[in-house]
Write a protein that binds this ligand. Sequence first.
Ligand SMILES: [Fe+2]
Length: 293
Amino acid sequence: MWFIPIGNEFVAEVTGIDLRAPLDAGATAAIHAAMDRYAVLLFHDQPLSDDEQIASTRALGKIELNTANNVTRLDQRRLGIEMSDISNLDQQGNLLARDDRRRAFNLGNQLWHSDSSFKAVSAKYSLLSARIVPSAGGNTEFADMRAAYDTLDPETKAAIEDLITEHSLLFSRGQLGFTDFTAEERAKFAPVRHRLVRTNATTGRKSLFLSSHIGGIVGWPVPEARALLRDLTEHATQPQFVHVHQWRQYDLVIWDNRQTMHRVRRFDESEIRDMRRTTVAGDAPTIEQVQAA
Ligand SMILES: [Fe+2]
């Protein structure tokens, strides 16, 4: 297995491995080490079945189940509970209607985010498999949150070091004007807390833990918090920190949600885009949660 850095050095292309075969201990260790060094790994020509993708994911850690990630009801699911359906299809394989609320909700993926940052234990890795790609558009962009942190001025680093943010799907969707949540969804998507600056336990490197799911900073007036978060996000997503991935069918990309943000770009939704994600769960919360009274 070879790792070839591409783009701006936090992305590597991996060659010499077939992910349809079980990952042995050596391959697993090499991938973990490369994830810490880079943060995004690209594997071309991996025509995986769902079961093969799930097996590769389990080899890398505990799999995160897709139970509270969106507004798609369990009886509307197209894929198993281990998979996140990042497509524009319904359970029958038909394109979602323009005004379908599931589609409206999924448009939130066009905002910069870190997967499952709205959970108390946010995601470690995401593995996204391209099964059907549109003829144009639909790129995924990645931003390196370590480089973004490193290039902050010392005053800003000191000011944000101990800040705690509040994350919820209600906040990210609210930015696009999607607010018609049911009472049950509002309860399911109640905000969780995370540190704004987090440290990779293996490498010791710090990163900005930003996400469009953030709606506030604990102890701060909301407009002041959102102004700072907008400023930091603008800094962190400058072109020198961003890699654009143009998908080919059967690409698999693995990214570290603790050290990067990502977003999908627009595409013609009269074409099918069938992407399937599995997720390696995080190890622990970044901060203790406050129990609701
Ligand atoms: Fe995502």
